[in-house]
Design a protein around this ligand. Sequence first.
Ligand code: GLN
Length: 201
Amino acid sequence: MTGPDGPLVGVLALQGAVAEHVAALAACGARTRAVRRPAELAGLDGLVLPGGESTTMDLLLRTVGLDEPLRTAIADGLPVYGSCAGMILLADRLVDGVAGQRTLGGLDVTCRRNAFGRQVDSFETDLDVVGLDEPVHAVFIRAPWVEEAGGDVEVLAAVEVDGGTRPVLVRQGRVLASAFHPELTGDHRLHRLFLDGVARG
Ligand code: GLN
């Protein structure tokens, strides 16, 4: 289904669930490019920041010199989708990061890393998502949640925790972020949601 006319979407490929996102994007008709160096950002219509380990990604981003170019590209409006560790990378503010951990920012949220307690640090649930008719089966793996969100942030899905709700799928303009891993389930609706935003330009 990948066609010559599909948007060109990069997948940050320093660490984490890269191949799964490439497959999901390709199944939705996008062209994909693994991004490991700053030059590989040129000409992208959008970018996915995969799950993995945000502390490792932070170090690797700085090592390969991708951190500042990415920060600038996101601030300049490059459509970005971050899942799990990718959500952490997009958060403007981070709680429970390791000492010195930095994010790229772009999403006006406070994100709590490893937010779900030890008993449920990995779990699966069906989530109602704003704009989708059927729930999304969501896989959470040592996931973050959104602790606080600015006024321009739309909450598209949330989970109930201790009688309160915690956002786990949010969008702000061209930035989309999920605390869970849609690339692992074969359900491509969230990748399509992201690509719809890419296509709107
Ligand atoms: N706990 C990881 C982190 O801090 C995120 C886990 C994931 O991406 N599945 O980056």
